[in-house]
Ligand binder design. Structure first.
Ligand SMILES: C[S@@+](CC[C@H](N)C(=O)[O-])C[C@H]1O[C@@H](n2cnc3c(N)ncnc32)[C@H](O)[C@@H]1O
Length: 205
């Protein structure tokens, strides 16, 4: 990868910390030939890193925002591997913007808590529609769990998110599971990640 970000490319210190642990979860769970749709790719650094590390899959980055799309395109031009597709505009909450697919996997990193609940509703409806039978949805981020004490850092993060936008905030995993189930996505497991994050996996029947 290049040392300095190319023009228009944005960078996030969190990505440098979480991309390797995310790769280690995804690598054994994505079959060679899998088509992956990433929702809310943001700066695009995950897309560039994960596509390069998983050359057997095709990676479709997307986002809703122009700046993010420009950043993804800039990273792709500077560092993109052949299996990384040009970014598409996708608003999770607007099913008309979703590609037809099909995809063997949908990946969504750090969007569910940094968007209104309508984005999660759209994410589940869209994933339920574009995933193949047996396809998987992977969510990464912090969640509230009834049976797990919420880390103080996550409570503070939740308060700061709600301060920025009252419609944002950490979601209860039970609510996310119920929403997924309503769209034919069965909870398949939670994987504890560094810094009190989770990867949550759903399978389409
Ligand atoms: C905190 S950033 C995470 C970006 C990236 N996945 C990461 O982990 O660095 C949240 C992203 O969600 C995107 N987003 C918010 N609402 C969205 C929606 N309804 N549809 C698609 N993307 C959305 C924002 O544009 C932003 O890029």
């Amino acid at each position: 990868m290049t040392d300095a970000p190319p023009a228009a490319a944005r960078t996030s210190p969190a990505t440098a910390r979480n991309r390797q642990p995310i790769l280690e979860v995804l690598a054994p769970r994505l079959a060679s030939g899998a088509r992956v749709l990433e929702v809310a790719s943001g700066a695009g650094e995950h897309a560039v890193f994960l596509a390069a590390a998983l050359p057997g899959v095709t990676w479709q980055p997307t986002d809703r925002d122009d700046e993010a799309l420009a950043s993804i395109a800039a990273w792709r031009e500077a560092d993109g591997s052949p299996n990384l597709a040009p970014p598409l505009r996708l608003d999770a909450a607007d099913l008309a913007t979703w590609p037809a697919g099909p995809f063997e996997a949908v990946v969504c990193i750090n969007m569910v808590h940094i968007s209104p609940w309508a984005a999660s509703e759209g994410l589940m409806a869209g994933a339920g529609r574009v995933l193949t039978a047996g396809g998987r949805l992977f969510l990464y981020g912090p969640y509230l769990e009834a049976e797990v004490e919420t880390a103080a850092s996550n409570l503070a993060f939740d308060a700061s998110l709600k301060g920025r936008d009252p419609a944002w905030g950490l979601r209860g995993l039970a609510d996310v599971k119920a929403l997924a189930a309503a769209h034919g996505l069965a909870f398949a497991g939670r994987i504890a990640m560094p810094a009190n994050n989770l990867v949550v996996v759903f399978d389409k029947a």
